[in-house]
Structures are given as C-alpha cells and as structure tokens.
Write a protein that binds this ligand. Structure first.
Ligand SMILES: *[C@@H]1O[C@H](CO)[C@@H](O)[C@H](O)[C@H]1NC(C)=O
Length: 150
C-alpha cells in the first residue's frame, strides 16, 4: 500500500493560503504613507539650502530651498521593510548627509501601527532638528536636535 501524505499536502496548502492572505492584508491595510518634509529654517541673507535625496531605485535630484521654503516627498515602505532613503544637505560651506528613512538607523522609521508617518527635518543655524508625527502639523515642541552641521 502506498503511503500518500494527504495531511502534509493539505497543511502546506493551508500555510501558503494563510501567507497569501497575510501579505495581501499587509499591502492593503498596513502600509502607511511616509512623507518626508524638509524645511529651510535658516537665517535670512544666508545661502540657500540644497537637499539631494535618493533611494536604491530613485534619485530624486537636488532641490534648492530658499529661507522658509520646503520640499517633500512620499513613499510606501516595501514589504520586506528595508526601504532606504538617504539625503545630503548643503548650506554654503556647511553640509551633512544621513539616512532619512531606514530600519533602526534613522529617527524616521516604520512603526508597526497602522498610521501614516510625517517626518519633518528642520534646518536651522544651530543644526538639524527632527519631528515625527501622525498628522501633518507638528508643534515646535515636537522637534528635537538630531544632527549638527559639519
Ligand atoms: C547629493 O544627492 C544628490 C541627489 O541624490 C546626488 O546626485 C549627489 O551626488 C549627492 N552629493 C553628494 C556629495 O553625495
């Protein structure tokens, strides 16, 4: 008599069905929009701020911001959670560059909760300040110093 592993086949079908449902649900329900906002809060009569951003797949180019201007972009994190955006900032002779979205390595990163994320980067004379909020209007108290000018 041939042993036929019905239960193994059924189990693996069930598992792949469940994985499918989880992935589809994740894509539809749990994938918040992440918006990065860069604000030139530098003193008047100083050089403009250049913001250059890229990911593995996209180069968003360099955006020049005058005092008071802002630049933003939005994206969804990929299923594997390794979406990585990296930006460089140049203000006259000063500069810095860092991850603006990366798992565990940026103050702007995914939180498990199903909510959109707004990451604000405020460029001031004294350095670069950051706020992460769920709605697009951070209060000044939300900002904390994150990086100096180099
Ligand atoms: C800054 O970012 C822009 C846009 O991604 C890129 O083209 C440029 O090479 C970067 N500059 C430096 C010094 O990394």
């Amino acid at each position: 008599m041939v042993y036929y592993p019905y239960t193994k086949v059924q189990l693996s079908l069930l598992i792949s069905f469940v994985i499918n449902i989880v992935m589809m649900t994740y894509a539809v329900e749990f994938n918040p929009t992440i918006t990065e906002i860069f604000i030139n809060g530098l003193p008047n009569d100083t050089p403009p701020l250049d913001v250059g951003c890229k990911s593995k797949d996209d180069d968003l180019g360099v955006h020049t911001l005058k005092v008071g201007e802002r630049f933003d972009f939005s994206f969804h994190q990929n299923f594997w959670g390794n979406t990585h955006f990296y930006c460089n900032f140049t203000w006259g002779p000063k500069h810095n560059d860092f991850d603006v979205f990366y798992k565990g390595k940026s103050p702007c990163r995914f939180t498990f909760f199903k909510s959109d994320i707004f990451c604000y980067w405020l460029m001031k004379d004294s350095g670069i300040y950051f706020a992460r909020t769920k709605t697009p209007n951070p209060s000044p108290d939300n900002f904390r110093f994150v990086y100096p000018w180099l």
